[in-house]
Write a protein of this length. Structure first.
Length: 173
């Protein structure tokens, strides 16, 4: 989970790690540094510097383990300049999926912490529908501060790993 500074021109500045899950943290941080954003707009619709939340949810390779990689650990206290997940749900692996995939979802969070709009930015059918449904169910501790725009954004990356299935025993009559 990252708190990312975005300039009024949409470029990425400082990237602060809020929660780390090795070995994924360094890879995600490096990738996010190359992203470009549409600039946030203040109350007068003028571009402004802001911060956004980036959260990556990587599906576990089997039902018996909670996550892939090391268990997540908090690195710093939550950044009040970004919406912070208060209640989350992970999407289920779609029954019609035959491989692995990743969906990038933009969630617009209102001043009360509710998701009011969800957009698929990087579609990977059939994963985008379940990712967007999961994002709609999240609630956040709203961003706070004098320079907080009317809406804040969380970018949620859902990585789906094909579930590992055990061998099925077939009994003969």
């Amino acid at each position: 989970m990252l708190s990312v500074a975005v300039s009024a021109s949409g470029s990425v500045g400082a990237v602060d790690v809020l929660r780390s899950t090795p070995p994924f943290t360094d890879v995600v941080t490096t990738a996010v540094r190359t992203w470009r954003f549409a600039p946030a707009l203040d109350g007068k619709r003028k571009p402004m510097d802001t911060r956004v939340l980036i959260d990556v949810v990587i599906g576990a390779p089997s039902l018996n383990v909670p996550t892939a990689g090391a268990p997540p650990r908090d690195v710093s206290s939550s950044d009040t300049r970004v919406p912070f997940p208060a209640q989350v749900s992970a999407p289920s692996y779609p029954v019609n999926a035959r491989s692995e995939g990743t969906a990038l979802v933009e969630a617009r969070v209102d001043p009360t912490g509710h998701v009011v709009a969800v957009t698929s930015l990087r579609s990977s059918p059939p994963f985008d529908v379940v990712a967007m449904d999961a994002a709609r169910s999240w609630t956040f501790r709203p961003a706070q501060g004098a320079d907080t725009p009317p809406s804040t954004y969380a970018y949620l990356v859902f990585a789906f790993r094909q579930p590992v299935m055990g061998a099925v025993a077939i009994r003969k009559p």
